[in-house]
Design a protein around this ligand. Structure first.
Ligand SMILES: *[C@@H]1O[C@H](CO)[C@@H](O)[C@H](O)[C@H]1NC(C)=O
Length: 344
């Protein structure tokens, strides 16, 4: 331990000592301990600096959103903390207590700057971004069902493909009133006419940071079973974070989200015809899910049957097993012949 400490001292002030002119000399003097200790110091320094960097970014981002949150929600945060840390690169936002809204769950997710290994690994995978996502669960039945989104043109297709509701129900279209970098994904022109005026100008102001803005009555990932009750209605906003000095740039995006809280209940009511169309689309999607669930059940039953059969066969005498195999083969040949006849 004494030598470990000794080399740690040396590595913090190596330059001051003319004796250690090269790394090789250092290693010769201290062996591999010097290397190990340097790596440990590097990991610890990365942890400390990275954690601090992320903390500042998360807190600054929250600080620019906080006045909007406080003005609109009776409760900001949980257990006394407005922003809860979940990991050194993940901070949780929770809001509740507002007309038309059930809850808001948010997450500020940043690069894992505190983690040297993961940071190095991200150089080889797709780049990780600093993002903030706000998911609003709205009260049911206060405005029309439907799927509407505003996304960047450049990433719109991949966003649409990633989410079940967008890919199943919406189509892309250009809008004159939107920034040229943005497009809408919408289920109906009537939805676009109702929602775009609420948010368009605000999203235009910070178009460069937007990942997606979604109003939806359908889940973002494909359900496994046919639903027995309506899905919760939601608004989701996701954006990338500017660095802490420019955090204010994202404020118009959050303002757009806030504008929808009252705006949807006031403005988003489609005509009976469109309502019927939207409802039909959900029925069709439900049938699709039902069919798939049924096929899945049938497959599971078949697998179970085969498993049980194999179990039974294992318990037979060798002679009986041989007889069974012969019988099965005959049956298989007959089946093939029948198939050939059918084709002919
Ligand atoms: C927000 O919703 C998206 C899509 O449903 C989901 O992937 C994400 O985990 C949610 N985030 C939070 C913080 O709830």
């Amino acid at each position: 331990m004494a030598s470990l400490l000794g080399s740690a001292d040396a590595s913090t002030s190596p330059a001051s000592d003319a004796y250690f002119e090269t790394f090789q000399e250092l290693r010769g003097r201290f062996g591999y301990e010097f290397m190990y200790v340097s790596i440990i110091i590097l990991i610890l320094a990365t942890y400390w600096v990275g954690k601090k960097h992320n903390e500042v970014l998360a807190k600054t981002t929250m600080a620019v959103m906080l006045p909007l949150f406080r003005a609109n929600f009776a409760r900001v945060g949980d257990n006394g903390a407005e922003l809860a840390i979940d990991a050194p690169h993940e901070y949780i936002i929770y809001l509740t207590g507002r007309r038309h809204v059930a809850t808001v769950h948010g997450l500020i997710k940043m690069k894992p700057r505190q983690d040297l290994i993961r940071t190095l690994l991200t150089f080889f995978s797709s780049p990780v971004q600093d993002t903030c996502t706000l998911n609003v669960t709205m009260n049911p039945n206060e405005y029309s069902d439907g799927v509407f989104a505003i996304v960047p043109k450049a990433t719109g297709t991949s966003v649409r493909n990633k989410y079940y509701d967008l890919s199943t129900f919406s189509k892309a279209s250009n809008q004159k009133t939107l920034d040229s970098a943005l497009i809408t994904l919408t289920e109906s022109n009537e939805l676009t006419e109702a929602i775009l005026p609420l948010v368009g100008d605000k999203l235009n102001k910070a178009a460069q940071w937007l990942d997606y803005f979604v109003v939806s009555d359908q889940p973002s990932f494909k359900p496994e079973k046919v639903p027995t009750e309506p899905f919760p209605k939601r608004i989701s906003l996701s954006f990338r974070l500017p660095n802490a000095r420019h955090s204010r740039e994202i404020v118009p995006l959050v303002e757009a989200l806030i504008a929808c809280l009252d705006g949807l209940a006031e403005n988003c009511h489609v005509t009976a015809l469109t309502k019927a169309k939207i409802s039909k689309a959900r029925e069709d999607a439900g049938k699709e899910i039902g069919k798939k669930a049924q096929a899945e059940r049938a497959r599971e039953q078949e697998e179970k049957r085969l498993r049980e059969k194999r179990e039974q066969e294992k318990n037979l005498s060798p002679d009986a097993q041989r007889k069974l195999a012969a019988k099965e083969e005959k049956r298989a040949i007959k089946k093939r012949q029948k198939a050939v006849v059918k084709k002919a």
